[in-house]
Design a protein around this ligand. Sequence first.
Ligand code: RP5
Length: 168
Amino acid sequence: MENGKKKVAVIMGSDSDLPVVSKAINRLKAFGIPVEAHVMSAHRTPAAAMDFAWNAAANGFGVIIAAAGKAAHLAGVIAAHTILPVIGIPVKSSTLDGLDSLLSTVQMPSGIPVATVAIDGAENAAILAAQILAVNDPSLQAQLKTMKREMEAGVLEKDRRLSVELNG
Ligand code: RP5
């Protein structure tokens, strides 16, 4: 924990996932959330992944984001070994355009939930992690409200510009 703030763990199955996962890391850092990133694999380093998950709560983490591609069991394996909320990012890293990763991540059996975002949905994973931590963090709540207001203003501005261009 940094300054009493819970950390978010961002675990990726391979360093080849980093181009996708870095969007989550950057977004979390922009919120001022302490982040720790690791490469761990449900298949190649199963003991390390299990060990990390067992100890994550005691080590000051509040949420775990797990990104993996292909037969993407990482988020599920981590969720099996912790009661922290686990967010899965299915990575589009295969010849199947990420559908394999999506189904492997989202189709969890009852009792072991993984909150699965879209294929390569790293930004939403970070925002969801921030929303989970914000339940007990008023300053994070304020940042999330500001983000939504800015998003709304951005869309309204696009509509205004497009209307001028297309509707005269
Ligand atoms: C998964 O297999 C990883 O998460 C990655 O998306 C995919 C390919 O891994 P590499 O062969 O590039 O290491 O476990």
